[in-house]
Design a protein around this ligand. Structure first.
Ligand code: PLP
Ligand code: COI
Length: 365
């Protein structure tokens, strides 16, 4: 039996829970990631002991030594997932095993220890159970952020010999301020996100630190997100700063950039499955920005949308770039996008039967 199955989470309730949880139903606009639940899950790793000291405890700061490895070389990875209050009142997760798997793929890429899937899921389930009153009703959800960082006190450049895995949770509303309105996207021609052999496929903090200058440029141009082109030719559309991207063509088919240098989105994967089940053809193929411009002009490109855990599925209405602007679907969220969104959200929230085994109920809450 592997050592980790013996890990038991020691639980201590927060003696000073925040009053906000009791008012969640009244929060019309929760926004994203500013309010946090009362507890956190923590598991520690050391080269000598492996994973140990699992606990669910009051959410609070870590004491970090100034020489802690993460502060210097950024050895950090994270995940993003959500708990929903389903139509029948059950608390559910969406495909948490996929997050656990991707977390370990990121860990391997960043030379960090892998966390057994059962420990990852137990940490999430036990935190959500403890903080169940923080799952908002209505269209809200409890955004869950598992992460791991290097915590050895050491300045040499080599993998740390100590890590902390932690899970925190935040009740959220829509990721984009305009709610379900189509968003504007900025094409970054100066900055790239990932090169072949780089860390684009991993969910590591450094990828997001590197995206912030481009994101600031997008904000200056009135755009909500950046769309990145490939690093080698600056030609092929890759993904957004925090979402994958799909294009809907006039023949009803979908085009989405292939995996390789992009994050393999769990929403992307679900969209491909749902689109195929709805009879649409999906092409995972390189799609150039030039092709996109030509297809917008000719009317061949009908809709575009971004997808990810935080954003769910968001229509892209405008694409801005140095020297121009493309308007897609009259600047609105298109019909195919809306249909895929309602299929996905319906399954996630238990309003539509889940024929895929994606919905993961948390027993007892
Ligand atoms: N691409 C990037 C860069 C992301 O940060 C995310 C969000 O996690 C995604 C894509 C979408 O991934 P998922 O659908 O698993 O949330
Ligand atoms: C997510 O969708 O979970 C992400 O991590 C992306 C980020 C933009 C919040």
């Amino acid at each position: 039996m592997p050592e980790h199955t013996a890990l038991v989470f020691k639980t201590s309730a927060n003696p000073n829970p925040l009053p906000e949880a009791s008012r969640l139903a009244a929060f019309q606009d929760l926004g994203f990631g500013t309010l946090f639940s009362d507890h956190m899950a923590v598991v520690r790793w050391s080269a000598e002991t492996g994973w140990h000291s699992a606990e669910i405890t009051a959410r609070g700061p870590f004491a970090i030594d100034p020489a802690s490895a993460v502060l210097h070389y950024g050895q950090e990875i994270f995940e993003g997932m959500k708990a929903y209050r389903a139509a029948d009142g059950q608390a559910v997760l969406f495909r948490p095993e996929e997050n656990a798997k991707r977390f370990n793929a990121s860990a391997r890429r960043m030379a960090m220890p892998e966390l057994p899937t059962d420990v990852f899921i137990a940490a999430v389930e036990q935190l959500v159970t403890m903080d169940a009153k923080w799952i908002p009703g209505g269209d809200g959800s409890l955004y869950i952020r598992p992460f791991m960082f290097a915590n050895e006190v050491f300045l040499g450049v080599r993998p740390s010999r100590e890590y902390i895995f932690c899970v925190i949770a935040s009740p959220v509303g829509p990721y984009f301020k305009g709610g379900e309105k189509a968003v504007s996207i900025w094409v970054s021609e100066q900055y790239t996100r990932a090169a072949k052999g780089g860390t684009g496929e991993a969910k590591c903090g450094g990828n997001y630190a590197g995206s912030l200058a481009a994101q600031a440029e997008a904000t200056e141009h009135g755009c909500a997100q950046v769309i990145y082109l490939d690093a080698a030719e600056r030609k092929w559309i890759e993904e957004l700063g925090g979402m994958n991207v799909f294009f809907v063509m006039e023949d009803g088919s979908l085009v989405t950039p292939p995996l390789g240098t992009i994050l393999p989105g769990i929403t992307r994967n679900a969209v491909i499955t749902l689109a195929k089940a709805a009879g649409l053809t999906v092409h995972e193929r390189p799609y150039s920005f030039d092709e996109m411009k030509a297809d917008t002009a000719s009317g061949k490109l009908r809709e575009a949308f971004a997808c990810g855990t935080a954003a769910v599925i968001a229509g892209i209405g405008t694409v801005k770039f140095n020297g121009g602007e493309l308007v897609i679907s009259g600047g609105q969220t298109g019909a195919v996008t809306r249909d895929l969104r309602s299929r996905l959200v319906g399954i996630q929230r238990g309003q539509i039967a889940d024929g895929y085994g994606w919905v993961h109920p948390i027993a007892g809450i």
